[in-house]
Design a binder for this molecule. Structure first.
Ligand code: PEP
Ligand code: MG
Length: 814
């Protein structure tokens, strides 16, 4: 919710003209980081076409629609001119409320203004007041305390929460995402509790368990549509697939030594020394500056924590599986939660540090969540602690006294509990197993351990922190920690370890065998990478080359672009690691969901439809040429191909290829293949023309799906529907393959779809020559192809193309 900040109010101005007033109030917006200075001109421009005087001495200057790109963040500023300044013939303005609105968040303030317009006395009082709080109170709506009173709007529906899992962090984050797509207020009511439907923290505290009845109610101009969409999202399962993959216990194994029983959290067996990890200590400095400065500190820390997590998500989006990503996407939602943010900002008092107040608020949230009776929901307390620490780290780097131990030898790690971030940072080569006193199989820590392949036991009880034993067995399959194992126990554990290892090894051993179907059709299986180390890893995992280098990752998490030499060194190292295998380097694909702050690109209203990919390079020729020079120089060291991203128009490809040729001639190096990604529908429709000019196609199903289905690829509420196995997408792929075959051009798929075994078969059947997947999926995809026949794949593809829905296509794999 938009809040008028204390620092954005100026009392007692004595400006004498409208222009002066606009400059003064505009400056407040500039200083507050809401707008670029140029936006002030736009505010003046608006007054020329329409007067913004509302009545009762109140006016609302704001810029022209087309200059919204000059707004950095939505906000408002108030200038009080007690003597008034002429705004309109015979009308003097005393309260000048300047608005910088990127979206519609300012509506709430406007609603408050409407109240003032009908209350002449109050408006007069505000025009003279010397107390900023009067203005803040009048324009900031009263915040409702979460869960405090049961409020329900008239437009409502009662429904049952599907599944058994309840409203925990990931579904709550998906729900808030849908709710934020509407202007209406949203409330959820469950038993005697009520929550703001646009706040994850608020929803979590409802303690709503699976199968419970609750109501959603909405109020606002689009209340009906909002209610319909929210009910549908809940009924569709809010991103909770049927594949929750809860760790199932095998029957308890009969160990003879001393043991502690918990719940199996991640499968696998470990034998090794035990290392007990103490909890981080939090030491806070209570003393602070005035409330205003402390609030600023908290705002900045929140911004930094959000930026840092966002960066991590961008960087990992290829390497990390979806479950792991979803956990941290939910954390991002918690960090951005307006209810939580406002609660902390409001609680800050003079002379008390922001870090102290923030941790108090977080501790209270943790306490409330921990007391929920549903274990899945109470385990969210750990997520709250995680985001709490993330922010605290920026507020006061000394506050967290880490007790982290550098593990010297591979060990079984024992701790009270671990936050998802801590788990995610564990060094897999040193942690044989993870055992926690608290937690359960549904905690995010457990989900992470499963995704990282670390055997894990949760909820063994706090006595585990006192064991003193040199060696232990952590049996993640049955949830038992044997801390004083007898010889027989060790024999059993070793035997089980060997069996599991054998299966894994068989698949891994075959990773260098080509992917040839039973009826001798060959498909190349290559990898997607982002840096030189990953090239080596890909080859070790059995990749037959690299089908996509996402070069934009060389540009992230730094303050300036890598120069030509730095890029050349990176590409050279990659191609040298390839040992003669092909390497497709994609030119910079920035824009859309991949932001690079130091390039100072203008804000886009629709980033996915704006200046991104090849378009961006064609507008920044020097940046483009620098990269092309680095690629051509590196091509002397091994087989490299160039690929342009996001090509939608023939002119774009031609212009890109022309610049590449100029660069090549300047350097006097040999020509190399230039291909393009197929990720825009126009490229598919025009493939016949493109095929005459390109050397190869590579289909980017991640973007192609979002553009064909018109669904933002990062939209949580649409994650289920934005399915690359939708027949519309598959038909687009078929069109591309047919054209490529006709012109004798190679066609690959480098979107995430290629790593799905069912999709790999369908794509093979459609005629795709190359599947480019994340390195860890190479062995599995190769095995999938080797155990299928091309004829079967073709039949499967034919069936998939004529299905009505993505679900029907998926059902073909069952
Ligand atoms: C794609 O869009 O499928 C693709 C491979 O590119 P990226 O995910 O990097 O946009
Ligand atoms: Mg793409």
């Amino acid at each position: 919710m938009l809040e008028l900040e204390e620092s954005a109010v100026k009392l007692g101005s004595n400006v004498s003209t409208k222009e002066e007033a606009i400059f003064e109030v505009g400056k407040i917006l500039v200083d507050g980081g809401y707008i670029q200075e140029k936006y002030i001109e736009s505010i003046l421009g608006r007054e020329e076409v329409a007067n913004t005087y509302l009545g009762n001495g109140i006016c609302i200057p704001h810029g022209l629609q087309e200059n919204r790109n000059l707004i950095l963040k939505t906000g408002i500023a108030v200038l009080q001119v007690p003597a008034g300044v002429e705004w309109k013939e015979n009308e003097k303005a005393t309260l000048i409320v300047a608005i910088a609105a990127k979206t519609d968040e300012h509506i709430q303030i406007l609603a408050q203004l409407t109240n003032l317009l009908s209350d002449e006395k109050e408006a007069k009082k505000l025009s003279k007041t010397k107390n900023i709080n009067d203005i803040l109170k009048a324009l900031n709506s009263e915040k409702k305390e979460v869960n405090e009173k049961k409020e329900e709007f008239e437009t409502k529906e009662t429904l049952t929460f599907p599944g058994y899992a309840g409203f925990h962090a990931r579904p709550a984050s998906a729900f808030v995402d849908v709710a934020n797509g509407y202007k209406s207020e949203v409330r959820l009511n469950f038993e005697e509790k009520s929550a703001n439907g646009k706040s994850i923290a608020s929803i979590l505290k409802l303690g709503l368990t699976g199968g419970s009845s609750f109501s959603i109610s909405t109020k606002g101009e689009d209340e009906k549509q909002a209610l319909k969409a929210l009910c549908k999202a809940v009924r569709d399962g809010l991103k909770e697939g049927a594949d929750e993959n809860i760790q199932k216990a095998v029957s308890k194994r009969n160990y003879l030594g001393n043991k502690l029983e918990g719940v199996p959290a991640a499968p696998g067996m470990a034998i090794g020394p035990v290392v007990i990890l103490n909890e981080d200590e939090i030491q806070l400095k209570k003393e602070g500056q005035d409330a205003h400065s402390e609030r600023e500190k908290l705002r900045k820390a929140l911004e930094k924590a959000i930026f840092e997590l966002n960066q991590w998500l961008h960087q990992k989006h290829e390497k990390v599986d979806k479950k792991r990503m979803d956990i941290f996407i939910a954390h991002l939602g918690l960090l951005k939660d307006p209810e939580l943010q406002n609660k902390a900002l409001k609680a800050i008092e003079d002379n008390i540090s922001a870090s102290y107040t923030w941790w108090q608020i977080i501790s209270k949230e943790i306490e409330e969540l921990s007391s929920l009776s549903d274990t899945r929901l109470s385990q969210r307390a750990n997520d709250m602690k995680d985001i709490g620490k993330r922010v605290l780290k920026h507020l006061d780097p000394q506050a967290i006294k880490s007790t982290k131990i550098q593990l010297k030898i591979p060990s079984i790690l024992v701790s009270l509990d671990m936050t998802p971030s801590e788990t995610s940072q564990l060094d897999k080569s040193k942690v044989l197993a993870l055992v926690t006193a608290k937690g359960g199989s549904t905690s995010h820590t457990a989900i992470l351990a499963r995704s990282m392949g670390i055997p894990s036991i949760a909820g063994v009880g706090e006595e585990v922190l006192n064991i003193s034993s040199k060696q232990a067995i952590a049996d993640g399959d049955s949830g038992i920690l044997v801390y004083e194992p007898q010889t027989k126990d060790l024999d059993l554990a070793e035997q089980l370890q060997k069996e599991a290892q054998g299966q894994k090894e068989a698949e891994y051993k075959a990773r260098f065998k080509p992917a040839v179907t039973l009826d001798k059709h060959r498909v190349e299986v290559v990898a997607n990478i982002a840096n030189a180390d990953a090239a080596l890893e890909a080859i070790n995992e059995g990749a037959e080359g690299v089908g996509l280098v996402r070069t934009e990752f060389l540009f992230l998490e730094r303050n300036s672009a890598p120069n030509e030499n730095e890029q050349f060194q990176a590409y050279k190292k990659m191609v040298q690691h390839m040992n003669g295998l092909p390497l497709i380097i994609r030119t910079l694909d920035i824009g859309g969901d991949k932001e690079v702050p130091y390039l100072n690109l203008p804000k886009e209203d629709n980033p996915f439809l704006g200046i991104r990919g090849i378009r961006l390079c064609l507008q920044n020729i020097e940046l483009f040429k620098e990269q092309l020079r680095a690629i051509y120089q590196a091509s002397k060291y091994g087989p490299i191909k160039i690929m342009f991203p996001m090509v939608g128009l023939l002119e774009e490809f031609r212009q890109g290829a022309k610049i590449a040729e100029e660069v090549r001639l300047e350097l006097g190096v040999e020509p190399i293949d230039i291909g393009m990604m197929i990720e825009v529908p126009s490229a598919v429709i025009m493939a016949e023309h493109f095929a005459k000019e390109v050397d190869f196609f590579s289909i980017g199903t991640n973007d192609l799906t979002q553009y064909v289905l018109s669904m933002d690829r990062g939209h949580q509420g649409l994650a289920k529907q934005a399915d690359a196995l939708h027949p519309a997408v598959l038909n687009m792929i078929k069109m591309t393959c047919d054209v490529a075959k006709k012109h004798g051009k190679m066609v690959g798929v480098c979107g995430n779809l290629a790593a799905n075994p069912l999709a790999a078969k369908i794509l093979t059947g459609l005629g795709v020559d190359e599947l480019s997947v994340t390195a860890t999926a190479v062995a599995n995809i190769k095995e999938t192809i080797r155990t299928s026949s091309f004829k079967q794949c073709q039949e499967l593809a034919e069936k998939a193309l004529v299905q009505e829905t993505a679900a029907a296509v998926r059902a073909l794999g069952e």
